[in-house]
Design a protein around this ligand. Structure first.
Ligand code: NAD
Length: 259
């Protein structure tokens, strides 16, 4: 079956990668593209992007959203009324945005992931195993680097990696997290999980988890060199999610990894 696809934000960095990726696939077909009113009117093959999200949702089986938290929330409300399947890649979501997605997941199947690459999803399993074998005696730190236009920090992927480390330690992430450091911070508490963000240039996304032992160090990292990996994962998720039972799924479900 070919899923009829709505792409949000076709003028954006990820939107362009999604349009390009969809052109080479038979399991999805872009039937609509919706953007902010100022960015609408883009010609995509025989399609023209509009700013009418309701009409785009009505015409499609599933939508892919890599936009902004405010757009994610407002489109999720429109999709809930239509029980429309969704693939959500927007990061930096607030509790209110998450609540809107939870409402949608009650009536439709949705895939939500801060990173759609196969490699990063494998890294999540690797860091969790490393943390559970090494324990909190090995200081764990995550460093991420992204292009200068990225708005949210730390990245959603860095937070997923840090949470996977906490799961491996058996600790409560919110109780042990340390997002960057400044001033007289004192000695590093045992079990703390640090996350630091670097911004510059056109870096698509780099993440490294380091485990510092007594006289040795382990690094597990991932570098994205093209947005096409995120687009390919999101398009695969869109084809996968149509027809599933309502609920919230992640990329590990799409890839068939046990978790
Ligand atoms: P971008 O700024 O280049 O593009 C955002 C797009 O959203 C633009 O086209 C903009 O016009 C559009 N938009 C804004 N409001 C809209 C609305 N109300 N309706 C429709 N479209 C709207 O940003 P980007 O670099 O493509 O990233 C977008 C999001 O995706 C960010 O949150 C980023 O962190 C996230 N991201 C996630 C992954 C992942 O694998 N999950 C990978 C890369 C980026």
């Amino acid at each position: 079956m070919t899923a009829k696809l709505l792409i949000l934000g076709p003028s954006g960095r990820m939107g362009r990668a999604l349009i390009e990726g969809a052109a080479g696939r038979t399991d999805v077909r872009v039937v609509a593209a919706v953007d902010r009113p100022e960015a609408a009117g883009l010609q995509i093959g025989s399609l023209t992007s509009t700013s009418d999200a309701a009409a785009g949702l009505d015409a499609s089986d599933v939508y892919i959203d890599f936009t902004s938290p405010a757009a994610t929330r407002s489109v999720a409300a429109l999709a809930t009324a239509r029980k429309r399947a969704a693939v959500i890649g927007t990061t930096g979501l607030t509790a209110d945005d998450e609540a809107a997605l939870a409402e949608l997941a009650k009536v439709a199947p949705i895939v939500v992931a801060a990173n759609f690459s196969l490699g990063v999803n494998l890294v999540l399993g690797l860091v969790r195993t490393a943390a559970s074998v090494l324990g909190p005696e090995w200081d764990a730190e995550v460093v991420e680097t992204h292009h200068r236009a990225k708005r949210d920090a730390p990245s959603g992927t860095a937070l997923m990696i840090a949470r996977a480390i906490a799961a491996g330690h058996g600790s409560d992430y919110d109780a042990v997290k340390r997002h960057s450091r400044d001033g007289d911070i004192g000695p590093r508490p045992r079990g703390e999980i640090g996350v630091s963000a670097v911004r510059g240039g056109d870096v698509i996304g780099e993440h490294t988890a380091t485990f510092f032992g007594a006289a040795e160090r382990i690094e597990i990292g991932h570098r994205a060199t093209s947005r096409s990996i995120f687009a390919a994962g999101a398009l695969r998720a869109a084809a996968w999610v149509v027809g599933k039972s309502p609920g919230r799924y992640d990329m590990l479900d799409v890839l068939g990894f046990a978790h």
